[in-house]
Design a protein around this ligand. Structure first.
Ligand SMILES: [Zn+2]
Length: 323
């Protein structure tokens, strides 16, 4: 009898320990699940709106939801054209496939979209007053490069603003699949305007974007403009048409993104950096450093700088994709 009772007690103890262990396991599994859920929610990718075409590096699956490999949407062949509609910092790309929204990791897409853009941050720390011909075969001469304008209210020189914006545009364009040739990446350079054009020519850039900011005697003047060669240019006839189209779309997208007043495309054959160019070129005068609001916005507002960057990148997208 005693031995039997002991056995029964042992069995109950064993059962109790077993059940407690299972309960503990279930509880901890639940905790892990809810932790994972919270983690996933916290890490859910946030997509930034973009519009671009990319190519698939390898045959891959598009997913119905980011990070959910089980829900596949479609298998797409290597080198297929992919319409990107959004990018996230965590590397997820939102694409449109057969009118449906799908997701894929950016590593699966070829980064290069086929276009090279040269970016010239206008001016440099010290101007170079010695003169150069304003175009191939020109008798007229102009200083090689000036140090540019200065913010009347912020005191920030134009050459600093243009390089800041050039670097932001470089990052944005690379994210959109472009290759970028930077004419300068620091302030202490000695590059004349004709040399800058020759660097873009040598790189065989598909477009040459020259970033500047304007200045006026009157503080009330504001707004953006772009500069193109004229139809009668004696220096760069072969690029007139495309430069004019680039100047137009660039200005309209820039003003749309920033809300800046559209001052229209300025046509002139007096710009050495345009006249020496053999690739489609435009100068973007982003705003007036002599205007209080624009000086402050361009130099001090990160939000406005982002708008200017996206506006210029949208202009380049619109130029190449005719959208
Ligand atoms: Zn300038």
């Amino acid at each position: 009898m005693n031995a039997q009772k002991n056995n029964q007690i042992k069995k109950r103890k064993f059962l109790f320990i077993g059940m407690a262990a299972i309960a503990l396991l279930l509880l901890s599994a639940g905790a892990i699940c809810s932790f994972q859920q919270a983690y996933a929610e916290e890490k859910a990718p946030v997509f930034q709106q973009v519009k671009q075409t990319r190519y698939l590096k390898e045959t891959s699956w598009l997913l119905q939801k980011p990070e959910s490999r089980a829900e596949k949407a479609a298998k797409v062949k290597k080198s297929s054209k992919i319409q990107v509609s959004g990018t996230s910092e965590s590397g997820w790309i939102r694409v449109i496939h057969e009118k449906k929204t799908c997701y894929i990791k950016s590593a699966k897409l070829d980064v290069y979209n086929g276009y090279l853009v040269a970016i010239d941050a206008g001016h440099q720390r010290k101007g170079n007053p010695s003169k150069e011909p304003i175009g191939p075969g020109a008798k007229a001469k102009k200083p090689k490069v000036s140090s540019g304008a200065t913010g009347n209210y912020t005191g920030i020189p134009e050459y600093k603003l243009t390089l800041k914006m050039a670097k932001k545009l470089e990052t944005e364009l690379k994210a959109r699949g472009y290759k970028v040739k930077m004419i300068r990446t620091k302030h202490d350079v000695n590059l004349s305007n004709s040399q800058r054009a020759k660097i873009a020519n040598k790189a065989k850039a598909d477009a040459f974007i020259r970033i500047h900011a304007n200045s006026s005697e009157s503080s009330g003047v504001s707004g953006a403009l772009t500069i193109s060669p004229t139809k009668k240019t004696p220096y760069c006839k072969s690029i007139y048409k495309e430069s004019s189209r680039l100047s137009k779309v660039m200005l309209s997208r820039f003003c749309k993104a920033t809300g800046a007043k559209n001052r229209g495309v300025m046509y002139t054959d007096t710009m050495s950096g345009i006249n020496w160019s053999k690739v489609p070129v435009t100068i973007v005068e982003m705003g007036f450093l002599s205007n209080k609001t624009e000086d402050r916005k361009m130099n001090k507002s990160k939000t406005y700088q982002k708008k200017m960057t996206c506006g210029m990148a949208d202009g380049i997208d619109a130029y190449f994709h005719r959208i």
